[in-house]
Design a protein around this ligand. Structure first.
Ligand code: FUB
Length: 458
């Protein structure tokens, strides 16, 4: 053990000091087009998945994440894919999930092989984290290449609405079953007053408009006012919004929320939700290492509505949002509950569910606001799987340079999915609230260890 500690200290002296941030909020996969949903005191985030190193919107699946503190996000994995919709064969693009009477309706868009156009579909589940299945076995609406990016909203009187479209904006009322359209699909008449510019077919080429609706609508209500947020201005996209006294308009263009900035992504896509007394703005950037226009990740900013109900200008930050809760270390915690990580990927299978993989030496997971209480734990358990020898997991507190409070010697478990629980006694007492770091050490820049869960005990 002494020898291991010595080599850890030596390795550390060679490392640069890492600057931590909260954005993008998931680092283990690309998570474009975030759609927040609050249910039972938990914030959920539904996203698409940009395949690593993509040079187009190659998207095949959608994922679910959740948090109760806004900084530690649990990855619930891929819950639906193009294969979930027998009629779909491409473009698993932006989506949103919404609850009604204990059922969760996940409205997606993807290409329909029935019509060879984009279509809206809906998957349903009795849990926010799935399993979801295609509710209709066919598209809800199809027939146009601009049928993308559905947003769903249920008003206080129970009437549900869908908006979608790029570069036209469409609206439809949903029946109470959430699975069929009431009446006709309405194509909104865009004009300078409502969206900053006339609709795409009426724009004068040489004319500079103040803005224009592009895609990614988000319908929202607060204090009796209706808000339609959307990606705007063409490419690159900013986020702008319109307001109304009714969910079907008429809409009044209100200006920017997130003006153009250095997001490293030419698209942006937003969602808004209130949680634990705060208002949060979800959007995406290309700010992960290796990120870009086709490798986008969700980010979050906290904001306060102006006194007159309008939106403030919201700029992207690296820091992100503050925690609004703590983690209990004495229950089983999933390794995929992460505040920030580097060189960690997530994976899943039907037996284990979601787990994480340390992809090289010095990969780490940070878990924020872990409340050890007044009495120190004596030991910590971790469930690992690995196929290589001489790997070690350090458990540190407060920073990557903080005290090592426990060490797991994770020599080969006989396979990448051969899980074994390891125990380490605590090397020093720890009480109160700390950030926890799992730092993975091993022979080199190759996959080192799979990690499924951890818990402390007194
Ligand atoms: O993610 C694919 C497409 O890019 C979405 O549908 C749009 O909103 C834009 O974010």
């Amino acid at each position: 053990m002494k020898q291991i500690l010595k080599s850890i200290t030596a390795a550390f002296l060679l490392l640069p000091t890492t600057v931590y941030s909260q954005n993008p909020v998931v680092q283990t996969s690309c998570t474009p087009d975030p759609a927040p949903m609050v249910h039972n005191n938990t914030m959920y985030m539904y996203t698409g998945v940009d395949e690593d190193n993509s040079d187009w919107f190659y998207m095949n699946k959608w994922k679910v994440f959740s948090t109760t503190d806004m900084v530690n996000w649990t990855d619930h994995g891929v819950q639906i894919t193009l294969d979930s919709f027998e009629w779909a064969d491409d473009r698993a693009w932006a989506a949103q999930c919404i609850e009604r009477n204990g059922k969760f309706y996940w409205y997606v868009c993807c290409k329909s092989k029935l019509s060879n156009t984009m279509a809206l579909g809906v998957a349903v589940s009795s849990s926010p984290t799935g399993p979801f299945k295609d509710a209709l076995g066919k598209p809800l609406i199809e027939g146009s290449w601009d049928y993308i990016d559905p947003t769903a909203f249920i008003d206080d009187d129970g009437q549900a609405y869908l908006y979608w479209g790029n570069p036209n904006v469409y609206c439809a009322l949903l029946n109470d079953d959430m699975l069929s359209i009431k009446g006709d699909v309405i194509k909104l008449e865009q004009c300078e007053d409502s969206f900053g510019a006339p609709g795409p077919d009426k724009r004068v080429k040489e004319k500079a408009y103040k803005d224009c609706y592009t895609e990614g609508p988000w319908l929202n209500k607060k204090d009796g006012k209706y808000y339609l947020l959307y990606a705007a201005g063409g490419v690159p996209e900013q986020i702008s919004y319109s307001m109304s006294d009714s969910p079907t308009g008429p809409w009044k263009y209100m200006g920017n929320i997130m003006p153009l900035q250095q997001t490293n992504s030419f698209t942006n896509h937003c969602g808004v939700a209130d949680y634990k007394g705060n208002s949060y703005f979800f959007y995406h950037t290309g700010m992960l290492p290796g990120g870009g226009g086709f490798n986008r990740s969700s980010a979050i900013e906290q904001f306060v509505y102006n006194a007159d109900g309008t939106f403030p200008i919201i700029n992207m930050t690296e820091k992100g949002v503050e925690p609004v809760g703590t983690i209990n270390p004495y229950k089983k915690n999933e390794a995929e509950t992460i505040a920030f990580s580097e060189f960690i990927k997530s994976d899943q299978n039907s037996k284990t569910g979601v787990y994480v993989c340390a992809m090289r030496d010095s990969a780490y997971i940070k878990v924020r606001e872990v409340d050890f209480g007044k009495k120190s734990p004596k030991k910590v358990y971790g469930t690992f799987a690995g196929a290589i020898h001489n790997a070690v997991v350090e458990v540190r507190i407060d920073s990557m340079q903080g005290d090592v409070i426990a060490l797991f010697d994770v020599t080969s478990t006989g396979g990448w999915e051969n899980w074994k629980e390891s125990k380490s006694n605590l090397l020093r007492n720890v009480t109160g609230v700390h950030d926890l770091y799992f730092v993975f050490r091993g022979p080199g820049n190759c996959r080192l260890i799979n990690f499924d869960s951890w818990r402390f005990a007194r």
